[in-house]
Design a protein around this ligand. Structure first.
Ligand SMILES: Cc1cc2nc3c(=O)[nH]c(=O)nc-3n(C[C@H](O)[C@H](O)[C@H](O)COP(=O)(O)O)c2cc1C
Length: 222
């Protein structure tokens, strides 16, 4: 697969075939490729925790239990602006409404919304979950590096016939997750990721988000 096809065809997949395992060797090989991502001074600030089987189920159970009890948790960093404004809130709404609309979920239908959100904690059925952490004393430059690593992993997965969904949904429950994965106290959870083979014909997997054209965000100052 060439790189343009890998980038343009990537989309978040939210329904994976739980019965198709991904071998340790393949996981290690993909991570080795992703680690070719650049980082300032080549400091490579990523730590990766791979979860499957029993541990993956324990993480799902811990998150679902908290979620169903009404405990929304608290992430250790702010992913989004503290105060939403246009144009970002509009883009966010378009994405959320588009996904719920496709699935026929009415936002006022609490049970349906809950059911959808729980799928996040179930890794959307994926046989492999990842948790990515960063040392707390790293600065924003290393978070830039991290994004490159994550995108490299998602593209490498595509080249191997796999798909992914990055997941910040796990961050509010970091205090349940990090002890289960044995991440040391000096590391902070950046996000999770589901990876696997998509379920063919799954409606949710047809969801394709829009993008601005380059003209809308590019300036050629003279
Ligand atoms: C760091 C990161 C965290 C994300 N967290 C979630 C998540 O928790 N749950 C989810 O369903 N999608 C999550 N997404 C997927 C985004 O919603 C998705 O990338 C965006 O809507 C664009 O769609 P696309 O990935 O299909 O191109 C996340 C994406 C990124 C990059």
């Amino acid at each position: 697969m060439d790189v343009i096809t890998a980038i343009e065809g990537r989309q978040s997949i939210r329904d994976f075939d739980a019965s198709r395992a991904v071998s340790d060797d393949l996981i290690k090989s993909m991570l080795g490729t992703a680690a070719r991502a650049p980082s300032g001074s080549n400091i490579q600030p990523w730590h990766v925790y791979v979860v499957r089987d029993e541990l993956q189920r324990k993480i799902t159970d811990a998150c679902v239990e908290r979620f169903l009890s009404g405990d929304e948790g608290e992430a250790e960093y702010h992913y989004y602006p503290r105060s939403w404004r246009q144009p970002y809130i509009g883009r966010r709404r378009e994405t959320g409404f588009g996904l719920y609309g496709l699935l026929g979920i009415d936002k006022s239908d609490k049970a349906a919304v809950q059911g959808y959100r729980i799928r996040n904690y179930q890794f959307f059925g994926a046989p492999v979950g990842f948790f990515f952490t960063i040392d707390r004393d790293m600065e924003p430059g290393s978070w830039l590096d991290y994004g490159m690593f994550l995108q490299s992993l998602m593209l490498t997965a595509r080249a191997r016939g796999l798909e992914t969904c990055a997941q910040a949904a796990f961050c509010p429950y970091h205090d349940s997750i990090t002890p289960l994965i044995n991440a040391p106290e000096q590391e902070m959870l950046v996000c999770g990721m589901s990876m696997g083979y998509p379920v063919a014909g799954s409606l949710i997997n047809t969801y394709r988000t829009s993008r601005l054209t380059a003209d809308a965000f590019t300036h050629f100052p003279s």
